[in-house]
Design a protein around this ligand. Structure first.
Ligand SMILES: Nc1ncnc2c1ncn2[C@@H]1O[C@H](COP(=O)(O)OP(=O)(O)OP(=O)(O)O)[C@@H](O)[C@H]1O
Length: 233
């Protein structure tokens, strides 16, 4: 029996606002296993991004614990959290945020270069991941020379090329048409299954959620598991 890559316990997040404390997560528990794709659904403002930010070590929870690959992160200082984030977690957002002047391969290689990897190795891993995502013929295209779906595949390759253990995605196909969205998701799912990365994906796309291994809805600050084919929050 393998251990969870992401393990969240009793996670609470309260924001200070002008009108007082706003608690959006109220004791959330969640495990995501290697190779598993877990969907996170819920209406706008229900706290999906807040959960992803805490799981991705971008923000500290108000209460509760987060463990990445068995390592409890609560007591780590910022440097150690950054190191852990760079080496074990990949992020994909709704908008690709690719650098316009770099080609696909160098956009993917850049974070690995920043993390200290040599150029030859970084480009090699970038090429492998882009090829696995069906972009072997687009390595030297700049973002303006790629379609919307291709750009989002490059963003996914950038998140995965460093071989993280956990992929966190916030509406990764949110600005794509349904057919492109489905094919980008399938590429992501295939790569997750072959690499064993664990993925937590926030989405408003119920059709897509239906293709994930498990789906949770955020409701009033709590997670409720949904049947994967459920079409509602
Ligand atoms: N820094 C902050 N300060 C105060 N309130 C915040 C802050 N960040 C988020 N919130 C509030 O917390 C709630 C949850 O926000 P969050 O972005 O996590 O929701 P979401 O489910 O991801 O929404 P969406 O689907 O629209 O992206 C919202 O009501 C939001 O206004």
């Amino acid at each position: 029996m393998s251990s969870p890559i992401l393990s969240v316990r009793g996670l609470t997040r309260t924001y200070d606002t002008a009108s007082g404390g706003l608690t959006v997560l109220k004791g959330v528990d969640l495990d995501v296993m290697p190779g598993e794709i877990v969907g996170l659904i819920g209406p706008s403002g229900s706290g999906k991004s807040s959960l992803l930010h805490a799981a991705g070590l971008l923000e500290r929870p108000t209460e509760g614990t987060v463990a990445i690959d068995g390592e409890m992160v609560g007591d780590l200082d910022e440097r150690a959290r950054t190191r852990l984030r760079l080496s074990r977690i990949g992020f994909v957002y709704q908008f690709h945020h690719l650098l316009a002047e770099f080609d696909a391969r160098d956009n993917v290689a850049l974070p690995m270069r920043i993390a200290g990897m040599g150029q030859v190795q970084a480009r090699k891993q970038a090429e492998e991941t882009l090829t696995a995502l069906g972009l072997g013929e687009r390595l030297t295209h700049q973002p303006a020379q790629l379609s919307g779906g291709e750009k989002q595949r490059v963003a996914i390759a950038r998140a995965l090329a460093n071989r993280p253990r956990l992929l966190l995605a916030d509406e990764p196909t949110g600005n794509l048409d349904p057919t492109t969205s489905q094919s980008v998701f399938e590429s992501l799912r295939d790569l997750a299954k072959t690499t064993g990365v664990a993925a937590l994906i926030a989405t408003h796309n119920m059709e897509l959620a239906g293709h994930m291994d498990r789906v949770f809805a955020l409701k009033d600050g709590h997670l409720e598991e949904r049947a994967a084919q459920s079409q509602t929050y």
